[in-house]
Design a protein around this ligand. Structure first.
Ligand code: FRU
Length: 430
């Protein structure tokens, strides 16, 4: 044991890389999160879901993302905009959708009226036993499609391992629509290191508490032209080794009740070195929510007025004991891509569902125009968490679920303050 201690000491003193690590990762602290409060500037208007149109009657749809160019702007291919979404046939029970998710795409000339184009990848091409969220970039006639490969191909019993995957294909567009063809063999971009990012094995040992390694989001830094993948993770290490430290509290008045050490969501980043997808450099997380929150989902960055705005989504039931927050979009701002992030509006809260319909929408994605897309659930879940839907009777599940695009909302950003400005058409991409 003393040798191990000596080595740990030597490593922490003499390894400059490690010293840098702790300087760059920012904590979303309990003090900051305890300031979460719904008000006019952040609360969505109530949407009567019955007035929304289904994107398609054949499928449930939930997480969605547009085709962008390399710089993150909405792409237009021969006049078409493209929207990708996770889908599952509408006759399966909502509790099952995540187990069979497949990416499909829609295309549109006006960014409002979407036509279903079909599955993004030919059957059997993608890695994993189902496809979870990602992003898609268009450059010089090619699509670079990033997604989460969940589970393993052909597995008999569902497993939950998540890996960042991609493929590159050709894009063809004509008067009949847009197609994605001639895909390269799919590849795994990177996997968790177990140190900064919890591995599947560590998650299993810890009884699956808080495991995510998913939602690869393309990002090119306009200041340096370097390219990155931003993603959802959990901090590494076994639950038994974790403690809640003062730096997670933010101030001495804030401590953490027992059990908070289970909560370890983070926002990861890795560099695509010189644009080479076979040369990915994993970096320490941009942000950690240790002892604060367990799931920082679908993280993404936009740059405005020379500042980096980092956004993420989380659920009501992902907050550590003693903290409360809505199903919502949260954001942070910094002058640098790495380090320095401060929560927007003091707490981080940018968009919350209305209290009378707490599960109205989810999976918000902020576009460079500051238009925010998300999906809506049909039916009122009452006080129920969306994750509990799967345990309900089939009648309840059909009646109370089924996703479609929510009305797009426009926000304004002024330094470290944001405000919901107005509602826009359902699923609108400017
Ligand atoms: C968010 C999410 C994503 C994941 C997908 C799985 O709604 O949890 O993080 O990729 O749903 O269906």
């Amino acid at each position: 044991a003393s040798l191990a201690l000596a080595i740990t000491f030597a490593v922490s003193v003499f390894n400059p890389v490690q010293a840098e690590v702790t300087d760059t990762t920012v904590n979303w602290t309990r003090e900051q999160a305890s300031q979460i409060k719904l008000d006019k500037s952040n609360t969505l208007p109530y949407t009567d879901i019955k007035e929304l149109e289904k994107m398609t009657s054949d499928y449930h749809i939930w997480d969605s993302w547009p085709l962008t160019d390399r710089d993150g702007n909405i792409a237009r291919v021969k006049g078409y905009k493209v929207l990708f979404a996770l889908t599952a046939p509408s006759d399966v029970l909502p509790g099952k959708v995540h187990d069979i998710a497949k990416i499909q795409y829609f295309y549109s000339r006006n960014g409002k009226d979407w036509t279903l184009g079909g599955e993004l990848f030919p059957d059997g091409d993608s890695l994993g036993s189902r496809e979870w969220a990602g992003s898609a970039m268009f450059d010089k006639g090619k699509i670079y499609a990033f997604y989460t490969a969940t589970g393993r191909n052909g597995e008999e019993r569902l497993t939950y391992e998540q890996r960042m995957a991609m493929s590159i294909g050709d894009v063809t567009a004509d008067k009949d629509g847009i197609r994605f063809e001639n895909w390269d063999e799919h590849s795994i971009l990177f996997e968790p290191d177990g140190e900064h990012y919890q591995s599947y094995e560590q998650a299993i040992e810890g009884g699956y508490s808080g495991y995510a390694f998913r939602d690869p989001q393309w990002f090119k830094d306009p200041k340096t032209s370097k390219e990155y993948i931003v993603f959802e993770g959990n901090s590494g290490g076994a639950v038994s080794e974790r403690t809640c430290k003062p730096e997670y509290f933010g101030s001495p008045e804030h401590t953490a009740p027992n059990g908070s050490e289970h909560f370890n969501g983070n926002i990861g980043i890795s560099e695509v070195v010189n644009g080479d997808f076979s040369n990915i450099k994993m970096l320490p997380p941009l942000m950690e929510a240790k002892c604060v929150n367990d799931e920082l989902e679908r993280p993404h960055i936009i740059v405005k007025d020379d500042k980096y705005y980092l956004f993420t989504d989380t659920h009501i039931n992902k907050y550590a004991p003693g903290l409360e927050g809505p199903e919502g979009l949260y954001g942070f701002v910094s002058d640098t891509l790495i380090g320095g992030y401060k929560p927007l509006n003091g707490s981080g809260l940018v968009i919350a569902n209305p209290p009378e319909n707490p599960y109205q929408a989810y999976s918000w994605l902020v576009l460079p125009s500051l238009e925010v897309i998300s999906f809506a659930h049909f039916g009122d879940l009452g006080d129920m968490d969306i994750n509990e839907v799967g345990h309900q009777s089939p009648e309840f599940q059909f009646e109370h679920w089924g996703g479609t695009m929510a009305p797009t909302v426009e926000i304004s950003i002024d330094g470290d303050r944001t405000e919901i400005k107005r509602e826009r058409p359902q699923g609108w991409i400017k």
